[in-house]
Design a protein around this ligand. Structure first.
Ligand code: SF4
Length: 170
């Protein structure tokens, strides 16, 4: 036990330092400015897992960690579609989730954007053709932006949302 404590004190921590990333800093500033210009406030996002393997969720959750720090991008994750500007949908749409996705879309006030995040959300990905899969998000609700990747990286997600704010409807 004493040996373990001593090792813990003397050895370097196992976690890696966050990398310096000028590109992420630049993206943060651009997203914040775009959200301000477009909405005059933060962009509110409701994440919808329509049948994902959770790989996409891990990348979306990474946006909230100390390195990416979602809030400084002018983005805010909300608990209800009634408070959302964007539905960020992951996964192929499982047949059992199709009705829930449709209802979530209907509950989101207009104008609203729908983002299909990840290859599965775009066209069913590796689950396409499965008897449990209703297809990509577009098979159920209109999609405004597609962010490819399996899973898409946090930077790809942020770049996609920036494109949405700059070019989107509403
Ligand atoms: S795109 Fe990849 S990571 Fe995302 S739900 Fe599909 S299989 Fe999982």
């Amino acid at each position: 036990m004493r040996k373990l404590l001593l090792q813990g004190l003397l050895k370097a921590p196992l976690t890696e330092a966050a990398p310096e990333d000028a590109a992420v800093e630049k993206l943060a500033a651009e997203l914040k400015a775009a959200a301000r210009a477009r909405l005059g406030r933060s962009l509110s996002i409701r994440e919808v897992d329509a049948g994902s393997c959770n790989g996409c969720e891990l990348e979306i959750h990474a946006l909230g960690n100390a390195f990416y720090d979602l809030e400084r991008f002018g983005l805010h994750v909300v608990a209800s579609p009634r408070h959302a500007d964007v539905l960020l949908v992951t996964g192929p749409v499982a047949k059992n989730m199709a009705e829930a996705l449709k209802r979530t879309y209907d509950a989101t006030p207009s104008p609203k954007w729908v983002v299909a995040a990840g290859d599965c959300a775009i066209n069913g990905g590796i689950f396409a053709g499965s008897s449990a899969c209703a297809g990509g998000v577009e098979a159920i609700v209109p999609v405004d932006l597609r962010i490819p990747g399996c899973p898409p990286t946090p930077v790809a997600l942020l770049s996609g949302l920036l494109a949405l704010l700059r070019a989107g409807k509403g």
